[in-house]
Each structure stands twice: as structure tokens, then as C-alpha cells.
Design a protein around this ligand. Structure first.
Ligand code: 6PG
Length: 248
């Protein structure tokens, strides 16, 4: 494993500034790579504004859509017609209008169970990467977007679950969620999520402050364990920012 740099926390004023800062960071990573680009999206509500922004003229015109591939870090095991499906949310906001369909890589949810979906997505990721072992000098993703849940989960890696410790599988089925929505999940594992040039967390709103305080104080939670082998950045708005970081 390549040792990643320490986590960097960037404070911004509010959710709007946060989406803009995230979009600018995604654009910078895109501009850095003249070849095939891979971006791993996330679910939940936090990235919605970012996705909306990427669809606006100011951003969409600068994205080389033919060269960018879009993956998802975790999925709720519900049909794509279900509003809780993470990739369906991203598709509805921007991908279906702008990205070539061959460049959109959803986690399937039409398999017999989450384990079968995980196995299929793992095969897809390995095919895309061109190897079944990750080479630390050649990250799978340019950017991995992440969020943190109230229990300290990230992707669908919940505290204390065996999925957090998984080091062989690239993708795992998670039979039971720890928080809403209580549907089975499919999640990329920490080592695979780490294979990126930048892991970018977004956290906004006062409801996030308690869990961010725990994550940043070094508690052993999945959201704290999740690190890029490259750069790990937390974009946090002023309402979510823990006391210790205020005024710094
Ligand atoms: C999911 C997510 C999950 C999310 C966090 C934060 O499928 O629910 O991928 O890991 O990022 O729970 O969610 P919010 O952005 O809604 O707070």
C-alpha cells in the first residue's frame, strides 16, 4: 500500500459553497488526466448539489464526457425505479443527459441477492482496471466521492460489520443496513475505495457535527478509516464543522 497523505479538512461557508468547491476539485482531477478518467460517485443527499452543478453549462462544457467513466461506491439493493437507488439519483440529475451510456457503471440490483450483485460489479471493476490486483502506482479511480452517516459509516460500510475488515473482495454484499434506508446494500471495500488519486468527502449541516467530531478525533469508525492512497479531503460547511476546527 502506498501511504496516503494525512486527511485535509477544508472549511467552507455553506452547502452551496461546498458543492462549488467539490465541483472545482473534481474538475481539477479531470484536467490532470489526459487519458481515461474514472470517477466513483456516492449516494445519500450530500452530493446532489454537486451533481446538479456538474450539469450546468459552466461545468458540463469542460467535461470530456467521452473519456469519463462513472462508477458508484455503494448501492441500496432496490430496483433502479426506486427513488432510494443511488445511481438512479445520479443518472436522473446529470448522467443520463450527458454521459455516454457505456460510460455509466451502475451496481446491478436485478441479481438474485446482494452478494451476486457484488460479484458482478467486482468483475466489471477488474475488467475496467485490466487486472485483478490493484497496483498502488496506478489508482483505479481519479476521484472517489464519499459521505459520512450518523453512525460513522461511509459507503455502505457500517461500524463493526465484517465488510469493513474485508481485504480480498473488491465489492461485498451487506445484508442489513445499520441506518435508514433499511434495505440490503452492496459496497466497495476500503482497499478499493482507497485506490484513487483523491477521496473527497462532503459533509454539510448541523446534524453532521457530532459524527464529524468523533471521526476527526480518531475514533475507529469506517468514515475515519476510509483514506485514499493519494489525497483525502473533507469539505465541511460551517454548520457541520467540529468545535476544534473553528477559527482554524
Ligand atoms: C448511502 C450512501 C452513504 C451516504 C451517507 C451520508 O447509500 O446512503 O452512500 O454512505 O454517503 O450515509 O448520507 P447523506 O449524504 O444523506 O447524509
Amino acid at each position: 500500500m502506498v501511504a496516503g497523505q494525512p486527511r485535509k479538512v477544508i472549511a467552507v461557508a455553506d452547502a452551496t459553497a461546498l458543492a462549488r468547491a467539490a465541483a472545482d476539485r473534481v474538475m481539477a482531477r479531470i484536467a490532470d488526466n489526459g487519458g481515461r478518467i474514472a470517477i466513483c460517485l456516492t449516494g445519500g443527499s450530500s452530493p446532489k448539489q454537486l451533481y446538479e452543478l456538474l450539469a450546468t453549462d459552466a461545468y458540463r462544457e469542460r467535461i470530456p464526457w467521452q473519456r469519463v467513466h462513472w462508477f458508484i461506491g455503494d448501492e441500496r439493493f432496490v430496483p433502479t425505479s426506486d427513488a432510494r437507488n443511488n445511481m438512479a439519483m445520479a443518472r436522473g440529475i446529470f448522467l443520463d443527459r450527458l454521459a455516454p451510456v457505456a460510460n455509466i457503471h451502475p451496481i446491478p440490483t436485478d441479481t438474485a441477492n446482494p452478494d451476486a450483485a457484488a460479484a458482478r460489479y467486482e468483475d466489471e471493476l477488474k475488467l475496467f482496471y485490466g487486472a485483478s490486483k490493484l497496483d498502488p502506482s496506478r489508482p483505479l479511480f481519479d476521484v472517489v466521492l464519499m459521505g459520512a452517516g450518523p453512525d460513522g459509516h461511509t459507503a455502505s460500510l457500517f461500524p463493526g460489520y465484517p465488510a469493513v475488515e474485508e481485504t480480498v473482495r473488491w465489492v461485498v454484499g451487506v445484508p442489513k443496513a445499520n441506518v435508514e434506508p433499511f434495505v440490503p446494500r452492496v459496497s466497495l471495500t476500503l482497499g478499493v475505495l482507497a485506490s484513487c488519486r483523491e477521496m473527497l468527502f462532503e459533509a454539510a449541516g448541523a446534524a453532521k457535527r457530532a459524527i464529524l467530531t468523533r471521526v476527526f478525533s480518531g475514533e475507529n469508525l469506517p468514515a475515519a478509516q476510509a483514506r485514499s492512497n493519494g489525497e483525502t479531503v473533507w469539505l465541511v460547511d460551517s454548520a457541520a464543522l467540529p468545535e476544534d476546527f473553528r477559527g482554524s
